[in-house]
Design a protein around this ligand. Structure first.
Ligand code: PLP
Ligand code: COI
Length: 341
C-alpha cells in the first residue's frame, strides 16, 4: 500500500478529508450494521435533535505506525467505554462497545494510506461521534441517531510543537458541579469557544479552568487534563468529578509509577499551591504532553522551573516513555496497543 503524498512532518492539527468513514444509524431501537462510505457530507432534518438541543457526544483517539511497521490504535476500549458513559448522560443509545472498536478499526484499515509513517511526528486522529437526527422541538431526547467515525492525519495540537505554553486562569467556568464536565459532549466545547478566542486575542495559548463552585482548585483546560511535578519528582494530577477522565492522563500515571518508579497522586490541587510545582504539562490525545512554561493568574505570573524553552526533565521522561509505548519502541502493558491487521 502506497502512502499518500503528504508533507507529514509539517502537518498541523486540522481536518483533511480521507477516503472512507463509517456510518451506522439508530432507528426503532436498533443500530444498523453500518457501512464504510466515501460520502463525507451529512444531511439531516432542519429540526434534528443535535441542531436544536446539542445532543451530540464524541471521542478522540489516534492510530500510529510502529517502529516495526504495524498500524496500532491506542487503548480503543477505553474510548468505547467513555463514549458509552457520555451517551448515557445525554439520554442517547449506547453504540455497542465492541462494535465501536470494530468500526474504528475498519476506518483505520480503509484509510491505511493516510496513517503517517513511523518517525514523521504525525499520527492518524480518529473522531467517533454520534448525534440525534430526527426532528425534536419540545425539549426531549431524539429517537433516531447517527454514529460516525472519520479519520484525519494530524501533527501537533499546539503550534510550535514542544515549546512551553502560556496559560491564563480563566474568568469563565468550563463545567458545573454535577454537570457534564466528565463526559465528552459537544456542548462542553461550544461553551469554551468564547473563552479560547479571547485567551488567544490576549496572547495566551490556553485557559486554565478552576472549579466553578469555589474557584480555588485546578480543573483542566478546554481540551486536556493537567499533570504537575513536585520538586521531589512526585507526579500530581487534579482529581475532580467535573473534568474529563483523560485516557492519556490515566496512562501517564501508570507509566510514571510502573515504568519510571515515580510516586503519583491524584488529588485536589489548589491554585495556591501551583507556584510550588516544578513542572506542569497538559495531557490528552491531541495535546500528547504539552509543557506549560507560565500560568498567569490575573496579573500574577507563575513561571515553571523548566522555563519557556523546553520540557522539564520529568515531563520529558513521561513523554518519551508514553510515545515510545505508542510507537512500539517500548513494550506496552497488556492490551494497550490494538493492532490493525
Ligand atoms: N480534557 C478535555 C476537556 C478533552 O477534550 C480531552 C481530549 O480528549 C482530554 C481532557 C484528554 O483526554 P484523552 O487523554 O482521553 O484524550
Ligand atoms: C482530543 O484530545 O482528542 C480532544 O478531543 C481534544 C480536542 C480539543 C481536540
Amino acid at each position: 500500500m502506497e502512502k499518500k503524498n503528504i508533507d507529514w512532518s509539517n502537518l498541523g492539527f486540522g481536518y483533511i478529508k480521507t477516503d472512507k468513514r463509517f456510518v451506522s444509524n439508530y432507528k426503532d431501537g436498533i443500530w444498523s450494521e453500518g457501512i464504510l462510505t466515501d460520502d463525507a457530507e451529512v444531511t439531516i432534518n432542519e429540526c434534528a435533535g443535535v441542531l436544536q438541543y446539542a445532543q451530540t457526544v464524541f471521542e478522540g483517539m489516534k492510530a500510529y505506525t510502529t517502529e516495526d511497521g504495524r498500524i496500532v490504535i491506542f487503548r480503543p476500549d477505553l474510548n468505547a467505554a467513555r463514549m458509552a458513559d457520555s451517551a448515557r448522560r445525554l439520554e442517547m443509545p449506547v453504540y455497542p462497545e465492541e462494535n465501536f472498536v470494530k468500526a474504528v478499526e475498519d476506518v483505520v484499515r480503509a484509510n491505511a494510506a493516510w496513517v503517517p509513517p513511523y518517525g514523521s511526528g504525525a499520527t492518524l486522529y480518529l473522531r467517533p461521534y454520534m448525534f440525534g437526527t430526527n426532528p425534536v422541538i419540545g425539549v426531549k431526547p431524539a429517537d433516531e441517531y447517527q454514529f460516525r467515525v472519520f479519520a484525519t492525519p494530524v501533527g501537533p495540537y499546539f503550534k510550535g510543537g514542544a515549546k512551553p505554553l502560556t496559560l491564563r486562569v480563566s474568568d469563565f467556568d468550563r463545567a458545573a458541579p454535577h454537570g457534564t464536565g466528565h463526559i465528552k459532549a459537544g456542548l462542553n466545547y461550544a461553551m469554551s469557544l468564547h473563552a479560547i478566542v479571547s485567551a488567544h486575542e490576549d496572547g495566551y495559548d490556553e485557559n486554565m479552568y478552576l472549579d466553578a463552585s469555589t474557584r480555588t482548585k485546578v480543573e483542566e483546560t478546554g481540551g486536556a487534563n493537567f499533570i504537575f511535578v513536585t520538586h521531589d519528582n512526585k507526579v500530581v494530577t487534579p482529581k475532580s468529578d467535573s473534568i474529563l477522565p483523560s485516557i492519556t492522563r490515566r496512562s501517564l500515571m501508570y507509566v510514571a509509577k510502573e515504568y519510571l518508579g515515580l510516586e503519583c497522586e491524584e488529588r485536589e490541587v489548589y491554585m495556591d499551591e501551583v507556584k510550588e510545582f516544578a513542572e506542569c504539562g497538559l495531557c490528552g490525545t491531541a495535546a500528547v504532553i504539552s509543557p506549560v512554561g507560565k500560568i498567569v493568574d490575573h496579573g500574577t505570573e507563575i513561571c515553571m522551573r523548566a522555563g519557556m524553552e523546553k520540557m522539564g526533565p520529568v515531563t520529558q521522561k513521561l513523554y518519551d516513555t508514553l510515545t515510545g509505548i505508542q510507537m512500539g519502541r517500548i513494550e506496552a502493558p497488556e492490551g494497550w496497543l490494538h493492532t490493525v491487521e
